[in-house]
Design a binder for this molecule. Structure first.
Ligand code: PMV
Length: 323
């Protein structure tokens, strides 16, 4: 049987969340736990999914029924990715998919976007359709928008390109920053956040105070641009200050929480260069940049503030074929 295995990394937002939904840039890094998809051709023209880590042991339907009916949350991204690929590049066979993840979907590392990217890449290999990264991005981004209606696509870009990216809404600009390592510590707030709920919450604030929020977004854009320069120059002190400023705006937008802010202040008290929430807010993770010598103290402080330290590699490789 012809089959292929593909993997893609998760992501963490460094600077620019929320503003990036509205035509501003952000900085995102790919993190070193990966999603894996094995895809095989099924001569019976059926779509089958096994995703044991999210309790799917054999979801099966005819290819002609993809996207129809009430598609369960844990199946949705894979199923709609296959549907979108098959609509653009029709094939008569079915596919059998198995997914595994090195990271838990509750961390907010972007398992849905990583699995979507894996799917498009795997199908392009399986059916010998040559796709450039930008074409993978377009199909994967369409899949995410079909499902959740909102989002900048930064997580899709991180899963495809890897590394650390300067990214503008919808992939208008995707620039790889030539850096090796980020001195980053990650703390999980032990609360699962819902990105769409938080995007809607910010949209409400913006509707009520359009001028205020617009000027915040423009300031966040300046922070992102200075941040890209600081990263290139490995100027961690400046980058830390920019993180703190960005966090101030996220507080103002109302997406930080008591727990996230406690972890952030604890990291700053332990002399991190800077700290902020990462992603939509409302839960998920915070990040801190720290020197090697302060790192353990920062980790202990985050833990004492109720967070869970997550050890991840940053700036890792994007989507790839596994042997
Ligand atoms: O919650 P996360 O980690 O997927 O991050 C969301 C970041 C937003 O800017 C709020 C949304 C987006 O798609 O850019």
């Amino acid at each position: 049987m012809k089959y292929i295995t593909v993997s893609a990394p998760g992501k963490l937002m460094l600077l620019g969340e929320h503003a990036v939904v509205y035509n501003h840039p952000c900085l995102v890094t790919a993190v070193g736990q990966r999603m894996r998809v094995t895809a095989a051709i099924d001569e019976r023209s059926n779509f089958t999914l096994v995703a044991k880590n999210v309790g799917i042991h054999g979801h099966e339907k005819p290819m002609s029924d993809l996207g129809k009916g009430n598609v369960e949350k844990n199946v949705r991204f894979v199923e709609i990715a296959v549907k979108n690929f098959a609509e653009k590049f029709p094939f008569k066979e079915g596919v059998r998919i198995e997914t595994t993840s090195e990271f838990s979907s509750h961390l907010g590392f972007g398992s849905s976007s990583a699995v979507t990217v894996c799917m498009i890449k795997a199908l392009s290999e399986l059916f010998s359709v040559k796709l450039e990264n930008k074409e993978i991005f377009e199909l994967a981004y369409k899949t995410v928008l079909d499902i959740q209606g909102k989002g900048s696509g930064f997580d899709i870009a991180a899963a495809i390109y890897g590394g650390t990216l300067y990214f503008v809404t919808g992939g208008k600009e995707i620039k790889q920053l030539a850096i090796k390592n980020l001195p980053m510590v990650v703390g999980y707030s032990r609360v699962k956040a819902d990105t769409v709920v938080l995007i809607n919450k910010v949209a409400e604030v913006s509707k009520k105070y359009p001028v205020v929020v617009d000027s915040m977004y423009r300031n966040i854009e300046k922070i992102v641009k200075l941040g890209a320069k600081a990263l290139r120059e490995k100027d961690w002190i400046t980058f830390g200050q920019l993180m703190n400023m960005n966090q101030g705006f996220l507080e103002s937008l109302g997406v930080s929480t008591w727990r996230l802010s406690s972890m952030i202040y604890a990291a700053r008290d332990a002399e991190a260069y800077g700290a902020k929430l990462s992603g939509a807010g409302g839960g998920d993770c915070m990040i801190a940049f720290t020197s090697d010598e302060k790192k353990q103290g920062v980790i202990d402080a985050i833990t004492r503030a109720g967070g869970e330290y997550i050890d991840v590699a940053t700036n890792v490789e994007g989507v790839r074929i596994e042997i």
